[in-house]
Write a protein that binds this ligand. Sequence first.
Ligand code: DAU
Length: 326
Amino acid sequence: VRLFVTKYPDYRIVNLDKLTYAGNLANLKDIEQAENYSFERCDICDYEQVLAIFRKYRIDGVIHLAAESHVDRSIKDPFTFARTNVMGTLSLLQAARVCWNGDWAGKLFYHISTDEVYGDLPLDRPDLFFTEETPIHTSSPYSASKASADLLVQAYHRTFGVPVTISRCSNNYGPYHFPEKLIPLMIANVLNDKPLPVYGDGKNVRDWLYVEDHCRAIDLIIHNGRVGEVYNVGGHNEKTNLEVVQLIIAALGKGEIKFVRDRAGHDRRYAIDPTKIHNELGWLPQTKFEDGIQKTIQWYLDNKSWWENIISGEYQKYYERMYGNR
Ligand code: DAU
């Protein structure tokens, strides 16, 4: 939202958000007064409200990032994931279809998906990567719900002609990352002198994507991507979880790892082949993990009150539920 509001003063950006536990209007404080920005509090599952918003602003493009996104939460509460990620996507698609009503010129429904729809890769085959042709093969209720959403997006394209694109990104990190995810959780725990809970043996591999690199990819895909296509976003920033945690410990000069019970169904390795987006749109990630992690740690040091507010209250109860007897 910040990138589009500042880079495209001629676009009217409508930010539609339900403001669930991870939603936080303070994240956009610096642009909330911008003339080309509006906020609508809305549950994407509420089809009537979504349709009304489409009509009110005469929406001609959608970047659909709204989702329940945390794998651990999906294991505890799969229904919420099916509702938001599947039914919510369906309601947005239907509103786009009804509102645009066959007049597809200049319209686009761009769905932000995840590399988790491809399942995982084995650790002993570093030559294997996810391409856009890799079959969908999900592991968690979260990834199953995201894959279902992808299939609905493709169905609306084929059956009704809605112009769509999909991108599937690897693990994002950077500023404003909710501290339930690995990197911000570990930074916050180090700074609060809490143990660092590494799942299983810590050898699982993730392909880290700095959030601003992802935003650049979104900007390119919405403007220059081919309708009906899928683009993988990520590449060549693979690290084991242990390496990530050790980098954080080294940067902050303290921190104590505690190996805890593994995540059920835990995917071993994600790794993206970015050839398609590179060849077609000229995109490659610009931020090396070693630089991005330093910038991220500095952001959490400079914005302590932002995450301290979050990890008090409700989040505290979540942490006890998730990690209490792990
Ligand atoms: O690949 C893209 C996906 O990345 C997104 O689609 C998901 O929305 C996003 O949550 C993320 O999924 P992961 O499950 O990979 O992210 P998470 O930060 O939860 O975990 C990263 C790795 O760290 C994973 O192997 C589990 C491990 N982990 C995580 C937590 C929270 C730990 O060892 N300890 C922890 O406390």
